[in-house]
Design a protein around this ligand. Structure first.
Ligand SMILES: N[C@@H](Cc1c[nH]c[nH+]1)C(=O)O
Length: 374
């Protein structure tokens, strides 16, 4: 009530767990050498809808400003950061950020993200650092039961290039591939190419599983050098992650990009228990073409809302309630010093004992304040 559809209030643990997740993220990012970056929540729509980014205006929260230009609430951090960094010197950079993104094509409209962007690093360094950072961060939250899924946009894109597709059919094919509708993939590809190309694309729908899928495809594509190189990249990243003790790895060679700007390896983290996606990212060098190009860029964003739902404080603080009144407040403020590293809540009435580990009452006896345990 009194809120636009999709907006919501949050209270208690839903909020505090989110802040705890964000604090942990910041700590891990700082210790891995990331600098913090923040961009405004209001941007021009054209930052996200221009031909290099190509996000859909219909999914953005938008309005006209007084000059008649369309402004939006930030729908994507990665693009906003690319805009903010466009005039920066080309030297290795690692940025970390946290905050909301707004999209109307999902329930809730506002998502809380924490993410990293790694620029001007040699190939594979960005992908590996993104995923190793994800491993450290999830570990710091006590999350070990997750699966990393690796993909590569250019596998599908290079096969599709061989077809003669109009924009609309290209979109239909991408959707069918995304939904893993093999018959539809075959049909669209066959109608716009030949039997061979259609068979290859349809087979890609099933190219999902452990690292052995890459081995199979190395054999299958042994004459396609560009595809073999991409598989080698995926294999190398998988090997580095495995040797670093990271989580289980799956590959999906038929994965299509979920954001238009990706142009290389893609990765996602799934929680084993719920299958929820807890992070997602990839390589996106071409996004920088708008700003002069020749930039190596990779990164990922964590879904803070998904992580906050799982959050458990491993060493909860002792909770103490002091029952006092306005006369004893000065005394109570001093008394706090003796409860270092505890949550000290001052109330005026006996509080719910279930909420506290200890309740003490301040009484004025014989001219001085006494602390009585209850
Ligand atoms: N911006 C992407 C995540 C990402 C960060 N860097 C690269 N990709 C998303 O919202 O899914």
């Amino acid at each position: 009530m009194f809120l636009p559809a999709g907006s919501r209030d949050e209270m208690g643990p839903a909020v505090s767990n989110r802040f705890s997740v964000m604090e942990k993220f910041r700590k891990v990012a700082v210790l891995r050498g990331y600098e913090q970056i923040s961009t405004p929540v209001v941007e021009y729509a054209s930052t996200f809808t221009n031909e290099y980014v190509d996000m859909k205006l219909q999914n953005m929260l938008k309005w006209f400003n007084s000059e008649g230009e369309i402004e939006v609430l930030r729908p994507d951090w990665t693009t906003a950061i690319a805009r903010a960094l466009s005039s920066q010197e080309h030297k290795p950079q690692k940025w970390a950020y946290q905050g909301s993104i707004f999209k109307t094509d999902r329930p809730g409209m506002e998502d809380h993200q924490a993410g990293i962007e790694i620029l001007h690093m040699p190939p594979l360094m960005g992908e590996c650092e993104s995923l190793l950072m994800a491993h450290s961060f999830l570990k710091s939250l006590g999350i070990t039961e997750y699966v990393i899924e690796l993909g590569h946009t250019e596998l599908y894109e290079s096969l599709v290039q061989e077809l003669d597709l109009k924009t609309e059919d290209a979109e239909r094919l991408r959707q069918a591939m995304h939904d893993k509708k093999q018959d539809e993939v075959y049909e669209i590809a066959f109608n716009h190419g030949d039997k061979e190309a259609a068979k290859e694309l349809a087979a890609l729908v099933d190219a999902y599983g452990g690292i052995e899928v890459i081995n199979e495809y190395e054999e299958r594509w042994k004459d396609k050098k560009n595809l073999i190189d991409m598989l080698a990249q995926m294999k190398k990243v998988a090997q580095i992650l495995t040797e670093s003790g990271s989580s289980d790895i799956l590959v999906d060679l038929g994965r299509v990009k979920n954001l238009p700007y990706y142009s290389g390896m893609l990765y996602r983290g799934f929680l084993k228990k719920t299958r929820a996606v807890c992070f997602s990212g990839g390589r996106y060098d071409k996004l920088y073409d708008r700003y002069g190009g020749a930039v190596s860029a990779a990164g990922l964003a964590f879904d803070v809302d998904v992580l906050a739902e799982l959050y458990k404080d491993e060493a909860p603080l002792e909770r103490i309630c002091i029952i006092a009144d306005s006369n004893s407040l000065v005394f109570v403020e001093k008394l706090r010093q003796s409860y270092k590293n505890s949550i000290v809540d001052v109330r005026t009435k006996a509080a719910d004992p279930d909420q506290y580990d200890k309740i003490v009452e301040i009484k004025f006896i014989d001219g001085k304040y006494e602390v009585l345990e209850k």
